[in-house]
Write a protein of this length. Structure first.
Length: 328
């Protein structure tokens, strides 16, 4: 019988890798458990909750946010919790009619908001904002989508988002496949709506997800992509597979474990838009903080136009009517 000798260096490498993963998890645990304590202590449950809301953080989105709001109202979203990260383009004026109709809860959010040493451990501006919004308003929603203002939820088939979510009531949240749309070759801003102008995307879904969660089960946040829930309420994909909590930067492992799909529901991500839009994006900064600020050259790394995807255009005629009606 052959006997194989394991090199000490190999053992050391494996142990160091395990230690690295564990330390990452401890770091997220430390920041997250405090976040869950905040969530429990500050949210006052109303008599009636919103069936479906969106919790987001925005920065200088005045030129696009009406389309985003009206689209999501069209597909059944009941309310929006919007943190404004020091916008300078008049976005509050655009949001005011929705605030007055009690469709939007507006939350000013500066980069140094809520500067508690425990809470801010390892959290970037976006993550702090999302958890803070959940701490104040999470119990007002049966479901809330933790998405950005350039992301559009797209239910597939003839089912509504609420119908789809009913299948996942026994879980903490639904991880939605993330589809990255490109520029469609637009250099200048096209005189069209976002969902109309940008119809080409990357063929494969991203290895990460965005989530629609049940806030009552939320406990902590590893990253903006990986909320963690109380025991017995995992985050699952549309096909009920439990989502891996391996840190997002270990992409090779995450892809193999998560196997993203978009058979039932999809999240259209219009981060790129035109080259002109991208230039403005680099100038306004990122809601996640300076570390995540996009650069000019990043446009070519993110501009995916491999396949045409026009499924969302089924909502275009009604969306245009709603936008015109709001202007009258």
């Amino acid at each position: 019988m052959a006997c194989y000798r394991v090199r000490p260096t190999s053992i050391i490498f494996v142990l160091l890798f395990i230690f690295y993963i564990c330390m990452i998890d401890v770091k997220f645990l430390l920041k997250g458990e405090y976040a869950s304590a905040v969530l429990k202590s500050n949210c006052i449950a109303p008599k009636e909750t919103y069936p479906l809301t969106i919790t987001t953080i925005t920065k200088n989105s005045a030129s696009y946010i009406r389309e985003w709001l009206e689209y999501h109202l069209l597909i059944g979203v009941d309310h929006f919790f919007i943190l404004d990260n020091e916008s300078e383009d008049g976005v509050h004026a655009v949001l005011k009619p929705y605030i007055d109709k009690d469709l939007v809860t507006y939350i000013p959010w500066a980069d140094d908001s809520y500067r508690d040493a425990k809470f801010t451990l390892s959290l970037n501006t976006q993550q702090k904002g999302m958890v803070f919004a959940l701490s104040l308003h999470g119990c007002k929603s049966e479901w809330t989508a933790l998405i950005d203002d350039d992301e559009f939820i797209l239910p597939k088939g003839n089912r509504t988002v609420k119908d789809i979510l009913h299948d996942y009531k026994s879980y903490g949240g639904l991880a939605v496949g993330w589809a990255w749309f490109g520029s469609n070759g637009h250099v200048k801003k096209p005189n069209k709506l976002v969902i109309e102008a940008f119809t080409r995307r990357r063929d494969e879904l991203d290895i990460l997800y965005k989530t629609i969660i049940q806030p009552q089960h939320f406990r902590r946040m590893k990253t903006i992509h990986y909320p963690v829930f109380e025991s017995g309420y995992p985050l699952v994909t549309e096909h009920f597979n439990t989502v891996s909590t391996i840190p997002e930067h270990v992409k090779k492992f995450a892809f193999k474990l998560n196997d993203p799909t978009n058979d039932i529901i999809q999240l259209n991500h219009y981060k790129v838009k035109s080259q002109e839009d991208w230039l403005e994006r680099t100038q306004r900064g990122a809601v996640a903080g300076g570390r995540w600020r996009d650069k000019l050259d990043d446009f070519y790394l993110n501009d995916f136009n491999e396949v045409k995807d026009t499924d969302i255009l089924q909502y275009l005629p009604e969306l245009k009517k709603r936008l015109i009606a709001e202007e009258l």
